[in-house]
Structure formats: structure tokens, C-alpha cells
Design a protein around this ligand. Structure first.
Ligand code: SF4
Length: 480
């Protein structure tokens, strides 16, 4: 039950520490939580020991992050005992799934807040702080009433940003908990998406990544599959965003193959701001396993779409998700996954061992593959993909690529404030990190004293001098 009573005005600066687990949607939600909490005078901090409010923004797609949440809650207990004023909250997918049960299980937890209730967070936090009230808010808001929280201009000097364009999922893949934790699909009105991107561009953003559980079905909740009604489809949305002056690059994630339309494929051929990088999850190369996963995907149709994407944009970098050890996955099924990886030659993949998620259809099927066998399959997938990725990265050796600089490279900025010009004095010659159109990180060292100040947000030709396992090193040729 949620309390909504406001009792007094905030009296002093407070600090919030947000631990974000899981996907980019959670990163975006954490940013919105930080923004709405500024009305209660909470400023972000990286130091949880001095925080007045700690939020764990959770993910329940895999059991690993759920275990991480449980362990973190355990570690926070002494902090809460030492400082009873501290407000402790769990948000995100585990909050949605567990609700009230989580409050009962964890006596030192104050708030459980589902993804649809972020707007209520300031009131809940205030009541927890002033009345010591514990509360749960996990109600889904009907799609007709759902309002996306307006993003604020970032003040941290970043040049890339996520933009949520829709929430929820209607697909119900048998292994996935997302439709239960994020609800049904709701698209953000295109006018709102465009004004958010315009606001971001005005504040220095040069690249946006459009987010949703399945962005390819953008607008379907308003239009229906026949395209009747007042909303754009996803390719139309990309075209509108691309018309914004000052925006250099558009990416998106994530997608379901079923909704990868011809119009979207064409967009890769005609829209230069749409970067040649496409994450299109397949999960398995076996039709039999895909049916058990309820993926509604035919492998040959999927491969055909990729071939058409490569015709539209020959250099497009494809990536995917693979689950190994799904219940009933035979050796022959698994071999088909390996075969698919050899055929498609992804630039990268995210491969996972299947683990049943409570509340999903697959959790009712016997998890019959021994863990040792699952690990062996994961290893085989990773070995194969590592070789493909290495060859693909090697193809950039000596090439001149367009790189959008984002800020100091991680090595260089360790322990220092991002974009700080002081970094040069502390860490030797500046080393900046940028990304190629294919989303590969490139580190560039320079003797330009002002590079950390001047380069972020600019696109330059960079010659690749060294190819690493996951990133590249290069030297500046010229700014565009
Ligand atoms: S498409 Fe499937 S895997 Fe992706 S979020 Fe929806 S249900 Fe989950």
C-alpha cells in the first residue's frame, strides 16, 4: 500500500545513492529517479556511506543480479542500524515482481517501488523519512493513463544519451519475466520523443540510443498492425529524429526479429544518421528450441532479414543474444546455434546460461541440462564468437574511421572526475575514448592540452594503429 501524504517541505540538502543493475532501461529509469528526487533536495552521490537515501534499481532477467541485490541488502543492514534516518528502497523489476513480500523478507527495507511508480518516489521517500512508514507501490498504470516522466537536461557534460521510446512488452517469450515486471507495450508519443531529443541536443548531446524492450513495435499500441491511427512506426520515428539539426548519430536497442520491418531495413540504407549497428536477438539456432521459447521466429526468415540489412548497409555490425542450455536443448539443437553463429558472423554476442525465472512459462519445464554441460556449451559459443569478433575487429587495422569522442578513456580517467582538464596533469598525456559508427570503443592519445575539454562531442577521422580484444587504439587524422 502506498502513502501519498506530504507533511512538510524539505529542510536541507540530502544525498541519494542509486545502484543500477541490468539493462539500459534501468540506467534511464535511474536517471529519472535522480531527477524527480531533486524536488526533495536529494543530490546524487557515489558514496553510499554518506547517503540519506539508497535505491537499488534491480533486474530480474537473470538470477545473478537478483543474488547481487540480496547480498547488497545484507551489506546495507549495518549502515541502516547505524543511521536509522537512512531510507532504503528497492526499485525495478525485482521490486515489481516481489512487491510486499520483499518488505516482509527484509525488515530494514523501507520502500519497494515498481517501474511504473517512479513519479511517486519523492512522496514515498518523504513519508518514509518523516513518518518512518514502509510502503510498496507496484501498480501497473493502464496504457491510456500512462505518462512518461520528462527527462531533464544532463548537467554532467556527456555527449551521448539514452531516450526511452516505449515501455513494456507483449511478446511473452517463455523464459522471460519482462512482460510481468514491465507490463504491456506503451509507446511514448512521437512529439514527446522529438522534443526530448531536441532538448538533449540543445544541451550538448550528439548521439541518442532509443530504448525499449522491443523498439521495433513502436507505435503498434496506438496504430495496430494495419497502421491505422495516429502514431508513426519505428522507421518514421527515426526519420523525424534524424531531422533534428545538431544530432549526429542514432542507435536503438533492443528488438524482436518478428517486428523488424522492411521499412526499418530500408532506413539503414537511406538514413545516414542511423548507425550501422543492430542488436537483433535470436536466442537459439534451433527451430525446435525457438518454438519452446515461444519466440515466433523462423531461423531462415531471420537470416534473410540480416541478408537484406547487409544489402541496405553492407558494413552493418550485427549482434545478438544467445541462451544455451534451455530445457530440452539437445546436442543437435545446440550445434544449430553454432552453425547460425558461423553463418551470420556477428560482430559480438551476449551469451548466457539458461536459468529458470520464477513466474515464467519455461520455469514450469524441467531444467534438465546439467550445469557442467551448460557451461561447456557456453564456452564453445564464446570460443567460436571470440574468433569471429577478433577477425572482424582486425578488418579495421589501418583503416580511417569516424569517431565520436565521448570523454577521457577509462584508463586515463580512473579516480578522476570525467572531462576534468586536471586529468592531464595527473595522468600524463590525455587519452580520449570515442566510438566508431559500429559502436566499437577507440582510445586516442594526444598531446593536445585542451583535448579533454574540446574533443568530446566532436567527430574526427581516426587511423586505427592497434586492435585489442574488444577495443581499438588509434591516432587523430583530422576533425570533420
Ligand atoms: S521480446 Fe521476449 S525476451 Fe524480449 S522482453 Fe519481450 S518477452 Fe522478454
Amino acid at each position: 500500500m502506498m502513502h501519498t501524504e506530504l507533511t512538510s517541505t524539505p529542510d536541507r540538502q540530502r544525498f541519494v545513492y542509486i545502484e543500477t543493475m541490468g539493462c539500459q532501461m534501468n540506467v534511464y529509469d535511474s536517471e529519472r529517479m535522480g531527477e524527480v528526487l531533486s524536488s526533495e533536495q536529494y543530490a546524487p552521490t557515489d558514496d553510499r556511506s554518506t547517503a540519506d537515501l539508497i535505491i537499488i534499481n534491480t533486474c530480474s532477467v537473470r538470477d545473478k543480479s537478483e543474488h547481487k541485490m540480496v547480498s547488497m541488502l545484507g551489506k546495507l543492514r549495518p549502515l541502516k542500524e547505524h543511521n536509522p534516518e537512512l531510507v532504503l528502497a528497492v526499485s525495478g523489476c525485482v521490486a515489481q515482481q516481489e512487491g510486499e513480500k520483499l518488505l516482509k523478507r527484509v525488515p530494514h527495507l523501507d520502500l519497494v517501488v515498481g517501474p511504473d511508480q517512479i513519479a511517486d518516489l519523492p512522496v514515498m521517500v518523504r513519508n518514509a523519512r518523516e513518518q518512518r512508514s514502509r510502503a510498496t507501490a507496484t501498480r501497473f498504470i493502464h496504457k491510456n493513463d500512462y505518462e512518461f516522466i520528462e527527462a531533464q537536461a544532463p548537467a554532467d557534460g556527456r555527449v551521448t544519451s539514452f531516450v526511452t521510446v516505449m515501455k513494456g512488452c507483449n511478446k511473452f517469450c517463455s523464459f522471460c519475466i519482462v512482460p510481468s515486471t514491465r507490463g504491456r507495450e506503451v509507446s511514448k508519443p512521437s512529439d514527446k520523443v522529438v522534443s526530448e531529443v531536441q532538448m538533449l541536443v540543445d544541451s550538448g548531446i550528439r548521439e541518442v540510443t532509443l530504448l525499449g524492450q522491443n523498439v521495433n513495435s513502436y507505435g503498434l499500441d496506438k496504430r495496430g498492425r494495419k497502421g491505422v491511427g495516429g502514431e508513426l512506426d519505428f522507421s518514421g520515428l527515426i526519420d523525424r529524429i534524424a531531422a533534428i539539426d545538431g544530432l549526429e548519430r542514432i542507435r536503438f536497442t533492443t528488438s524482436h526479429p518478428m517486428d523488424c520491418s522492411d521499412r526499418l531495413i530500408d532506413a539503414f540504407g537511406r538514413q545516414p544518421k542511423l548507425m550501422p549497428w543492430f542488436h537483433l536477438p535470436i536466442q537459439s539456432g534451433s527451430e525446435r528450441v525457438l518454438r519452446m521459447m515461444r519466440r515466433r521466429t523462423i531461423v531462415e526468415d531471420y537470416v534473410d532479414r540480416i541478408e537484406r540489412l547487409r544489402k541496405a548497409r553492407p558494413d552493418i555490425a550485427m549482434s545478438t543474444d544467445i541462451i544455451v542450455g534451455f530445457p530440452g536443448e539437445s546436442r543437435a539443437d545446440f550445434e544449430q546455434t553454432l552453425e547460425l553463429l558461423r553463418r551470420v558472423r556477428y560482430s559480438s554476442i551476449y551469451a548466457f546460461i539458461y536459468s529458470p525465472r520464477p513466474g515464467t512459462a519455461a520455469a514450469r519445464i524441467e531444467d534438465d541440462i546439467p550445469l557442467a554441460e551448460k557451461k561447456e556449451r557456453l564456452y564453445a559459443v564464446q570460443q567460436l564468437q571470440n574468433a569471429v569478433t577478433a577477425k572482424w575487429l582486425q578488418s579495421f587495422d589501418g583503416a580511417e574511421l569516424d569517431v565520436l569522442f565521448e570523454g577521457p578513456s577509462r584508463l586515463h580517467s580512473r579516480g578522476q572526475k570525467s572531462n576534468s582538464i586536471v586529468a592531464r596533469a595527473v595522468g600524463g598525456p590525455p587519452q580520449l575514448m570515442g566510438r566508431t559508427p559500429h559502436n566499437v570503443k577507440v582510445n586516442v592519445e594526444t598531446t593536445d592540452f585542451y583535448a579533454l575539454r574540446d574533443w568530446p562531442g566532436q567527430i574526427a577521422k581516426v587511423r586505427i594503429d592497434h586492435v585489442g580484444n574488444h577495443s581499438l587504439n588509434g591516432s587523430l587524422v583530422a576533425f570533420r
